[in-house]
Ligand binder design. Structure first.
Ligand code: NAD
Ligand code: 44H
Length: 465
């Protein structure tokens, strides 16, 4: 068994495709916060492709982890020179493995926050990109305004070294302003409608609370492009590690498994330049909105349609639910009757083709995406993916029945007990409140709907009826 940690790339070449470019001379123009599965299957893969084509020497990636659990990613990547294997799984069972190399460093903020701030403030850094989840932006989903939690307010009031993404990015921007440097672009790659605008509101909101003049400078000088990102990337399992080792004889501490499909549509608005991503297959456009609406309302809301009903019917994988004729029929109706009528025309996209491809993607058994993953953090996901469709349909007097059924299936799922009496964990920042309310539904039918908390709130309590 060869360990990716110990292997020299030339030695691996006969076994696995490896980066052919010289990694020692790369400079990290990107600092990425939230190096999980998705970033490594998506943005890092596009940069790898550019580097392989001889572009973008200055656009390697320095990963950053802010949460305590990110120490595992630091250790895994550090042990193998920040290389990892990308495993693409096709529906017919064909598997493509290759080693990916654009990550050149990884900083874990709980150990060295000053190092993270200085890396962002360094002129080499030109884009700070983010995958910090839908709930990471502290934006009220209805008013779309920055709504700082008690923890963020305390961070601001204390004047101590920051630990949140807002505090760290704002401190780095403040240092760039003091040093007369062009600010970096802040690039959200999270699944949020208008993710650029949401990031702008969140980061300028935080900067303004820290210092009004700094907030005005961020507002005036920092670019926050929106982007639509797409590639189904389940969490890595031990089986994935074992299968990779059995196929290749290589042990990788943290490979990434994903589907073959990939899409990145990006608003072309960067303050300090960008790599020629168009050479790697990225669509650079002036207006991302129609692409975002299509993806979030069909794919992500589609996932929500499968998640709770599928689980309650006894399925455990996305492909099982998507291949269940009754669930698939409901999904098809949701798409065509409720979601599609709320979309804008999408340049160059035939929605029938898009939906046909989407059903095949959902039905890909090789990816083995779990319903548990897409049923996680629902209190962030339903407001982001599903409720905008319901609101648009209500405004136009259209149907909302299946959207309502999805919310009802979430309320039933949140009880934490399935139809056969089996229990499971409800993973959500509000799980205590939601599960307690869901379990009261039998005698108080509105209990679940009356929960008014937002997930990032420090003290989650149900609202008074
Ligand atoms: N997995 C996918 O299929 C997929 C596809 C498209 C987009 N995305 C987007 O990427 C995000 C991450 O997905 P993933 O699969 O990589 O998840 P993951 O769990 O593998 O990684 C998430 C990373 O985000 C960090 N993070 C979470 N909350 C944070 C916060 N508040 N502040 C700073 N860091 C935080 C975690 O520490 C971790 O490093 C999703 O929430 C979604 O918005 C995922
Ligand atoms: O990752 P989330 O929380 O935005 O949503 C869960 C899934 O719907 C999502 O990860 C999809 O797999 C992804 O958006 C496909 O591109």
């Amino acid at each position: 068994m060869t360990h990716l940690a110990d292997a020299a790339l030339p030695g691996l070449r006969p076994i696995l495709p490896v980066p052919e470019y010289d990694r020692t001379s790369l400079r990290a123009g990107f600092v990425h916060v939230g190096v999980g599965g998705f970033h490594r299957a998506h943005q890092a893969m596009y940069v790898d492709r550019l580097l392989a084509a001889g572009h973008a020497q200055d656009w390697a990636i320095c990963g950053v982890g802010l949460l305590p659990g990110d120490v595992r990613m630091r250790d895994a990547l550090r042990s193998q020179d920040h290389l990892y294997t990308l495993v693409e799984k096709h529906p017919d069972g064909h598997v493509e493995d290759r080693v990916v190399g654009p990550l050149v460093d990884y900083l874990w903020a709980p150990e060295d926050v000053e190092g993270v701030v200085e890396r962002m403030a360094d002129p080499v850094t030109r884009v700070v990109s983010l995958t910090i989840t839908e709930g990471g932006y502290a934006i009220d989903p209805v008013s779309r305004e920055f709504a700082p939690s008690a923890v963020l307010r305390e961070e601001l009031a204390s004047g101590a070294a920051p630990s949140s993404v807002f505090g760290i990015v704002t401190e780095a921007l403040a240092r760039r302003r003091e040093r007369g440097l062009v600010p970096f672009t802040v690039l959200s790659c999270d699944n949020i409608q208008g993710n650029g605008e949401v990031a702008r509101r969140a980061f300028t909101g935080y900067a303004r609370l820290r210092e009004a003049a700094l907030g005005a400078w961020v507002e005036a000088h920092v670019a926050f492009p929106s982007s639509m990102v797409d590639r189904i990337t389940p969490a890595t399992t031990d089986d994935d590690r074992r299968d990779l080792a059995a196929r290749t004889g290589v042990h990788d501490a943290w490979p990434v498994v994903c589907e073959p499909f990939e899409q990145w549509v990006l608003e072309d608005h960067f303050t300090g330049g960008r790599p020629p991503l168009e050479h790697a297959g990225v669509q650079l456009v002036r207006d991302v909105r129609p692409y975002e609406l299509m993806k979030l309302r069909l794919l992500n809301a589609g996932h929500q349609t499968l998640a709770y009903l599928g689980h309650l019917l006894g399925h455990r994988y996305v492909h099982e639910a998507a291949r269940d004729p009754e669930v698939a029929a409901l999904l098809e109706r949701y798409w065509r009757e409720e979601a599609v009528p709320t979309l804008d025309p999408v340049p160059g996209v035939d929605l029938d083709d898009y939906l046909t491809t989407l059903l095949t993607r959902f039905g890909n058994p090789a990816v083995a995406d779990t319903l548990e993953r897409i049923a996680t953090d629902t209190s962030d996901r339903i407001p982001t993916f599903l409720l905008p469709v319901v609101r648009d349909q209500l405004a136009r007097g259209g149907p909302v029945g299946i959207g309502a059924l999805v919310v009802a299936s979430w309320a039933r799922y949140a009880e934490g007990v399935d139809e056969a009496g089996g229990t499971y964990a409800v993973v959500d920042p509000l799980s205590d409140v939601l599960t307690a309310a869901a379990q009261r539904q039998g005698r108080e039918p509105l209990a679940f709907l009356e929960v008014r908390e937002v997930p990032w709130s420090a003290s989650a309590v149900p609202a008074e009826p």
